[in-house]
Design a binder for this molecule. Structure first.
Ligand code: GLU
Length: 425
């Protein structure tokens, strides 16, 4: 085991928020963060929970639980997605909101962090039910959200469709037109070109930047991508366009391996006709989802669920580089094993920051009322991600730590400045 600077990291973390605190404590100690600032960041600024009664198609009323946590607004309005899933709970939303504070700071955006969610199974609901649920949730959160207060976006289980419903409900409550109340909207309704692919694009830019540091060339590299939703599918496509051979892909329905490289264009075509899932794809042999994580590739991109890289999985990982497309795919315990094995991990709060970076560009365009070309968005995005990567890498080197802790330190430096400059009551 490597040197432990924090006792909390030795325990198994039942709570996701505890896992955030474990990393925060390690980074705070290495960086020398004051206890006052650490205490502020250990406690989310605001937590809201609402009950949302919705009339279902069968004529029965169902009551859903909705959450929104604002972790911090030190650097600007809180920013972060809304997740629809059965395992949404306040601990998870709290953890994800803190990660958003750090992610926005690492990406150098004028935002704090927030996250929301509704405990529901969107796959089992009709479009009408989802629209009523989204609008009722927005109405319940009408005083929390706001273009200068708290700005949602899509996350797991939501997309531009839900964001368009959200804006509509918000506009009706506040009697005006407020496209900047959310990001990730459809293009034509205030959405930005390039937003859809942005998280995957950021993962691609971070992967190339890391390969450069490792003196590896994209064309000689193989990769496995877990998740084939918004993040995973764009990541696989963009990495492949850079010459990287994608040997494994998978989603919650099926996982495939092909030593010669999976035809990503064919996989993208396949999911268009299969209801968005990989089950039934014939471009590789079917393997178990965990086998993808330990497969013989150079780069591993977990771009689906949290906590998939556990201690046990970490022991079996053969990749030299992990780029975290998902939020929180690696447990705090697994971090130590990856570090011991010398595997470079580009952490979530850096690697998947492309999404919120283009969200910021979308919000700027909304405030401006003037829209940019996709090329302009992508150019600004790539420059911003590359500079965030360098900053984190340099902090990792300077403080002789991992990129994850380097990223936390990068965030802490900016947030600490903000807290100190603003002063206290
Ligand atoms: N849900 C995305 C994330 O976790 C995007 C957040 C945003 O654009 O505000 O980073």
């Amino acid at each position: 085991m490597t040197t432990k600077t924090n006792t909390a990291t030795a325990e198994q973390h039942e709570s996701m928020f505890d896992a955030v605190l474990a990393r925060l404590d390690v980074a705070a100690k290495i960086y020398g963060l004051s206890d006052d600032v650490a205490n502020i960041l250990r406690n989310p600024q605001k937590q809201v929970k609402v009950s949302i009664p919705v009339m279902m198609d069968n004529g029965k009323l169902e009551v859903f639980e909705g959450f929104r946590t604002i972790h911090s607004t030190i650097l600007g309005p809180s920013k972060g997605g809304i997740r629809y899933a059965m395992d949404v709970n306040d601990d998870e939303v709290k953890a994800l909101s803190a990660w958003m504070s750090f992610k926005c700071a690492v990406a150098n955006l004028p935002y704090g962090g927030g996250k929301g969610g509704i405990k529901c199974d969107p796959r089992k609901m009709s479009v009408g039910e989802l629209e009523r649920l989204t609008k009722a949730y927005t109405t319940a959160m009408a005083d929390v959200f706001g273009p200068t207060k708290d700005i949602p976006a899509p996350d797991m289980g939501t997309s531009g469709r839900e964001m368009a419903w959200l804006v509509d409900a918000y506009n009706k409550v506040h009697r005006g037109n407020f496209p900047g109340v959310t990001t990730g909207k459809p293009v034509g309704l205030g959405g930005s070109l390039g937003r859809d692919a942005a998280t995957g694009r950021g993962v691609m830019v971070s992967t190339l930047a890391a390969l450069k540091k490792m003196n590896l060339e994209a064309k000689n590299v193989t990769a496995a991508v877990q998740g084939f939703g918004n993040v995973g599918s764009h990541t696989a496509r963009l990495l492949n366009e850079q010459g990287i051979k994608i040997c494994a892909i998978g989603d919650h329905t099926a996982t495939f391996w092909n030593e010669k490289g999976i035809d990503i264009k064919a996989a993208l075509e396949f999911v268009k006709t299969s209801g968005g899932v990989l089950k039934g794809f014939t471009g590789g042999v079917e393997i178990k989802s965990n086998e993808l994580l330990t497969s013989k590739v150079d780069v591993l991109v977990p771009a689906a669920l949290q906590n998939v890289i556990t201690e046990e999985v970490a022991h079996g990982i053969q990749a030299k580089l992990i780029v975290e497309g998902a939020n929180g795919p690696t447990t705090a315990e697994a971090d130590h094993i990856l570090q011991e094995k010398g595997i470079i991990v580009v952490p979530d709060i850096l690697a998947n920051g492309g999404g919120v970076t283009v969200s910021y560009f979308e919000w700027v365009q909304n405030n401006y009322g003037y829209y940019w070309s996709e090329e302009e968005v992508n150019t600004k995005h790539d420059a911003s991600m590359e500079s965030a990567f360098e900053h984190v890498w340099n902090n990792g080197q300077k403080y002789k730590t991992t990129m994850r802790i380097g990223a936390y330190i990068t965030a802490l430096q900016k947030i600490e400045l903000g807290i100190k400059a603003k002063g206290n009551y």
